[in-house]
Design a protein. Sequence first.
Length: 228
Amino acid sequence: MKKYTFEDILLNQINIPLSLIKNYKNIGLNENELAVILQVYRFMHEGNNFPTPSEMAQYLTLSEEKCADILKNLMQKNILTISEENNEYNKISESYSLNLLWEKLYNEINNEQKNDLEPDESGSIFILFEQEFGRPLSPFEIETITVWLDEDLIQPSLIKAGLRESVLMGKLNFRYIDRILREWQKKGIKSVEEAREASKPFHKNQPQKTYKKEKRDTSIYFNWLEGE
């Protein structure tokens, strides 16, 4: 029997968005459907983008027929879709897509935030990030923002400030924004005003950068160095 090392265990991992575990019930899924989705996600992670009900049933307490029924239900609920593309042999191959699932979870997160944030901040964090990055956020990026809000309890206005800081420094990526927010947490910074004062020395001798961006809604932003 093979002995597994810590390295084997660490390498044998798969990232599952926490929002899926927390919100599957809110988007109309039950536990069996969640189990099938996790298996689809796992197979896709391993390079099999179109696992059969028989293949999935080997890892579940559900029968092949039940797996097939659940897959059909997930497609009827617009959770799971099938796409076609030409493979390397120029033949049409089918694959599952979970994009609609991530979109539903994204909307669920936005709805939750609207209940918790001030009216002028409702949903604006995700909008701002998508505007600055110029693309839809990935499930991992949505999860990162959700962790900042729900687990780290960082104020939405402070997250916006961290985003703006990364833009001004020309380092627009989630890792850099997370470093900014963690540094502010270590310094006990809890307001935009405190963050602004802490950041001014870093900008004092920095040349002014300009960014060419598409037209976007700036009414939910603020002038970072000069005040609201």
